[in-house]
Every structure is written in structure tokens, then in C-alpha cells.
Ligand binder design. Structure first.
Ligand SMILES: Nc1nc2c(ncn2[C@@H]2O[C@H](COP(=O)(O)OP(=O)(O)OP(=O)(O)O)[C@@H](O)[C@H]2O)c(=O)[nH]1
Ligand SMILES: [Mg+2]
Length: 351
């Protein structure tokens, strides 16, 4: 999964990126136009457990690729930056809620709700310009009588999108059908992408009434204190607890952040196991088994015959595949089977 970190200038995007990924990228480098990249494993105790049991040659966790997008894409004249933003699957909006006398807020003072709206408006404006250009082209083609049915579908999808964008609503609220969504997929509309909101607060503000109230009003949100977390990450494991206690939190934000991301984006994990490899895969909740197969390899999707399935809970309880079979918990499922979080799959196929 690829997540793009965006927000207003100097909201602490790079600091959040460092805090979540453990990277050590320069902060406060205003005007820098290179994006930072870092991949982190998704910690999962189930994978640790399976790896113990199967003792495979290789253990592979699911991962998240973070892209720290510099400056504000709202007024980025740099097409390269907008192109980077279009490539990600979902956004993390970083909203500034810390005070720092050395780092003025670009809009004068803190205003988290205003900043949230401002980020979203920026994305909407960018989408409008993409949609407008394409609609103009398509309208010419269609009115000249040379439009294909695909052109017509695309045009009507764009009109649907435009009608919400013009009301300053995101494209995701246009209620596109799957087919309509497919017809405009290549434009990578920014406001069709799901997002999480990260409130970057000061140390003394992390658990305040004000913060709790803001979290209620900001969609898919959580608060973190990014620059303190970067500091804590630099400490030895054994020294961290004291500082986390001071902040009133149990752990660094990465794990709760990932849980929030999976929930908001409707993602689950399934596993493949064996002597060679124990591996976690990420997929959309309720996705059919054949899609899960396609995650592993396109041949498995193409030549799908059936999925052999048991759950992590089954193996945890029974201790071995043989015992699962004896207990009648081993299942054969067809291609429409909706994969569940924690399923262990083995795909039978023929190409
Ligand atoms: N006091 C305080 N300062 C912070 C916090 N987070 C970031 N800063 C400071 O704010 C400045 C900007 O932080 P960055 O992480 O570079 O912000 P950014 O959003 O990546 O900035 P641009 O990419 O240039 O738009 C730096 O000087 C940080 O040290 C925080 O939680 N508290
Ligand atoms: Mg930055």
C-alpha cells in the first residue's frame, strides 16, 4: 500500500514521516521539492507466530510505502509534485496543531479545521482542472458523432464528478458505479482517494479537551506528537517507556496508525504459509478468493481452480494442519468466497 503524506507548508509532514518510519530526513527545509520515500513493515504478531511454527526460509510482512510530499500541493506550481500525489492509493493529511515560535504558520495562526478544508479545497481545484480539460475534448468528439460508447460513459462519469466538485465536495461523494469509476481511473482523481487525518500536536496538547473535540470533527483522525516521537525513536528500546509514559501513551503511533489505516481503507490481511515462505498480504475486505489469488500472482488468478482455506485462529488452536483436517476445519472454497481477515490460503490453479 502506498500512502502520500500531504498538508500545508510547515505542518510537520516530514517530521511525521520520520516519526512513523524511523527515517531521519531533514526537517524545516522549506522550499525543498524532492519527495521522501520509506517502506515500513506492518507489524503482525500472527505472522511472528506462523513463522515460529513453519520455520520458513523467508518471512515476509505486509508493508506500507510512505511518500512525504513536500510543501503544499495546493499551490504547488510543480507538476512533478502533483504527479507524485496522483500515484498514491490514499492520503495522510497532516494538520498542524503545535505551536512553535520559530516556525510561523503559513496562514498566520493555527486553525486545524480551516487547514483541513484548505487541503481538501486544493485537491478539489486540482481535480476540476483535470476533469474540465478532458470533458472539453470528449464533448468535441461526442458532438462530432465519432464518440465510442466508452467515450460516452467516460463523459457522463466526468459530468457526475464535476457536479460534486463544483459544490466543493470531493469526487468520492459522486456515487459512481464500479463501471463509471473504472472509466475515469486513469485520471487518478485526488479526491477519489481515501484519506486519514493526523493532527500533529504539541506535547501538552496531545490529550486536551480541544484535541478530543477536534478529533471528533476531523474524519478518520488521530493525534500524535510527531517531533517528540522522533526523539523517542532515537532512544534505546529500554529507555523509551519513561518518555512514552510522560506523553501518556503506551506505544509509538505507528501501530495505532496502521490499525486506523486498515480500518478506514477497509483492508484486511490474509496469509500464505509453507516451508519456503510465510507471508502476509493486504487486500480489500470481502474481496473474492480469486482476487486474493491475483495478489499473489496473475497466473493464480487466471488459472484459479479453488482455494484451500483455514483460519489463523484454527491453527493457533489446533497447532498443526493435520489436526485442523482431523477436526474438519479445512475448507475448499470457490472463486467468489469472500476472504476473511486472518485466512490462510493455498490456491490450486492450472494455466
Ligand atoms: N514545536 C514543534 N515543532 C514542530 C513539530 N513538528 C514539526 N515542527 C517544526 O516545524 C518545522 C517544519 O517541520 P517539517 O516536518 O519540515 O514540516 P513540513 O510540513 O515537512 O514542511 P514543508 O515540507 O517544507 O512544507 C520544523 O522546524 C520542525 O522542527 C511539533 O510537533 N512541535
Ligand atoms: Mg517537508
Amino acid at each position: 500500500m502506498k500512502l502520500g503524506i500531504i498538508g500545508l507548508e510547515q505542518s510537520g509532514k516530514t517530521t511525521v514521516f520520520n516519526a512513523l518510519t524511523g527515517a531521519d530526513k531533514e526537517v524545516g527545509s522549506f522550499g525543498k521539492i524532492e519527495a521522501n520515500l520509506s517502506v515500513v513493515n506492518v507489524p503482525d504478531p500472527r505472522i511472528d507466530w506462523l513463522s515460529q511454527l513453519y520455520a520458513p526460509n523467508k518471512t515476509v510482512y505486509a508493508n506500507i510505502e510512505f511518500v512525504d510530499i513536500p510543501g503544499s500541493i495546493n499551490d504547488s506550481a510543480d507538476a512533478k509534485i502533483v504527479a507524485v500525489a496522483r500515484e498514491v492509493e490514499a492520503f495522510v493529511f497532516v494538520i498542524r496543531s503545535f505551536t512553535n515560535p520559530h516556525v510561523p504558520h503559513p496562514l498566520g495562526d493555527n486553525g486545524p479545521i480551516r487547514d483541513f478544508e484548505s487541503i481538501r479545497t486544493g485537491l478539489i481545484i486540482s481535480d476540476i482542472s483535470v476533469a474540465e480539460k478532458r470533458m472539453e475534448r470528449l464533448e468535441k468528439i461526442v458532438s462530432n458523432g465519432v464518440g465510442t460508447p466508452d467515450d460516452k460513459l467516460e463523459l457522463s462519469s466526468l459530468k457526475k464528478i464535476m457536479s460534486v466538485l463544483e459544490k466543493e465536495l470531493p469526487a468520492s461523494s459522486a456515487g459512481l458505479t464500479l463501471q463509471e469509476e473504472r472509466s475515469v481511473r486513469s485520471f487518478q482523481f485526488l479526491t477519489l482517494k481515501p484519506f486519514l487525518t493526523l493532527l500533529n500536536t504539541s506535547e501538552d496538547n496531545l490529550k486536551s479537551e480541544e484535541t478530543l473535540e477536534l478529533l471528533k470533527n476531523l474524519p478518520n483522525s488521530m493525534a500524535m506528537c510527531a517531533n517528540i516521537e522522533t526523539e523517542i525513536r532515537r532512544l534505546e528500546e529500554s529507555e523509551r517507556k519513561e518518555f512514552l509514559d510522560d506523553l501518556g501513551i503506551e506505544e509509538l503511533s505507528l501501530t495505532p496508525f496502521i490499525l486506523n489505516a486498515y480500518k478506514t481503507l477497509g483492508l484486511i490481511s490474509f496469509f500464505t504459509v509453507g516451508k519456503d515462505e510465510v507471508r502476509a498480504w493486504t487486500i480489500q475486505k470481502e474481496a473474492p478468493a480469486v482476487k486474493a489469488a491475483g495478489k499473489i500472482h496473475s497466473d493464480l488468478e487466471r488459472g484459479f481452480i479453488r482455494a484451500e482455506v483455514f483460519s489463523f485462529d484454527n491453527i493457533k488452536e489446533k497447532g498443526s494442519e493435520r489436526e485442523i483436517k482431523n477436526a474438519g476445519l479445512f475448507r475448499l472454497e470457490g472463486k467468489d468466497y469472500p476472504v476473511q481477515d486472518g485466512d490462510i490460503l493455498s490456491i490450486k490453479f492450472s494455466v
